[in-house]
Design a protein around this ligand. Structure first.
Ligand code: NAD
Length: 294
């Protein structure tokens, strides 16, 4: 039976690990939080006392951790010294491109195959096994990584070499943050000009302003019933998470010299929303901040 070590059983990792187990794989789970490990055991997985113990004898090692430092520490302290050399190493966390490349280089120098595979989709997709994975790895290793990720995935896409998965993730989310702000500003201008919000939606969604933030995730309550704007901006993709991804994008832009003026503006606007105490609100709540309601 394929043995999967899963490290990081938080909001995302708990559902992802459960889907590996549902696919008939033997999952050995570890998290610093003992309660998360206990919950995994209740779902039929084995619990490990440490990351080093979890990765011993695993065919696949998956990490789903908060940020680059956690990933780097777990790789250096537990995975690289204790995993089998033929194990597939996959980091699904959203982290900075430089750390992703460094981790992959260290792994490959020790004879491992490693991939960065961040995800698009939130906790519902993690639980439902419908995440989209953007994978950075060697071309010749991709088919095996794809097979390893399948139980958790709607789509698995090869983005390029190591770090390319993280690059795709932060570019996509920078675009998303900017487009959400643009859509919010357009609704506010429409309101101040006396234009009915539903009329504006009907017209813009069939015109050149059409985009996902408007037609699938409308920040104005009403036009898209499934959007978090209809649930007081609860659930969905937290403003704090959007801010994390915008910071990663701006750090990468600074280092590579790419001009991203709107990405920078989006980062400061989301910082303001978070600093006003709305870190847990859905990121489309930025519209309510502009309206002076948050
Ligand atoms: P989370 O904080 O809920 O979970 C992280 C888990 O890692 C926690 O349970 C924590 O105890 C554990 N952890 C931290 N350090 C550890 C260590 N050294 N060893 C073992 N466990 C350790 O975070 P999350 O929402 O599950 O997000 C995980 C990653 O996925 C992040 O990088 C995030 O940016 C990304 N992501 C999240 C979402 C989302 O909607 N939540 C969507 C896409 C991507």
């Amino acid at each position: 039976m394929t043995r999967v070590a899963f490290i990081g059983l938080g909001n995302m990792g708990s559902g992802m690990a459960a889907n590996q187990a549902k696919a008939g794989r033997e999952v050995v789970a570890f998290d610093l939080n003992a309660e998360a490990v206990a919950r995994a055991k209740e779902q039929g997985m084995s619990g490990a006392a440490s990351a080093a113990e979890a990765v011993k004898d695993a065919d696949i090692v998956i990490t789903m951790l908060p940020a680059g430092q956690h990933v780097s520490d777990v790789y250096l302290d537990a995975i690289l010294p204790h995993a089998r050399k033929d194990a597939l190493l996959i980091d699904c966390s959203t982290i900075d491109v430089d750390t992703a490349r460094t981790v992959a280089r260290d792994a490959s120098m020790q004879g491992f195959r490693a991939a960065d595979a961040p995800v698009s989709g939130g906790t519902a997709a993690a639980q439902g096994g419908t995440l989209t994975f953007m994978v950075g790895c060697r071309e010749q290793d991709f088919a095996e990584f794809e097979e390893a990720l399948k139980p958790m995935a709607k789509a698995v896409i090869h983005a390029g070499a190591s770090g390319a998965g993280q690059a795709a993730k932060i570019c996509n989310n920078m675009l998303l943050g900017i487009s959400m702000i643009g859509v919010s500003e357009a609704f506010i201008l429409a309101e101040s000009l006396g234009l009915d919000a539903q009329k504006f939606f009907d017209i813009a969604s069939k015109s050149s302003g059409q985009c996902w933030s408007l037609t699938s995730y409308c920040p104005w309550p009403g036009p898209v019933p499934t959007a978090p704007s209809n649930r007081d901006y609860e659930g969905g993709f937290a403003a704090a998470m959007m801010l994390k991804d915008l910071k990663l994008a701006q750090d990468a832009a600074d280092r590579s010299g790419a001009p991203t003026p709107l990405g920078g503006a989006a980062e400061s606007l989301y910082s303001e929303l978070v600093n006003r105490g709305h870190a847990a609100k859905d990121f489309s709540a930025i519209l309510q901040m502009f309206r002076g309601k948050l």
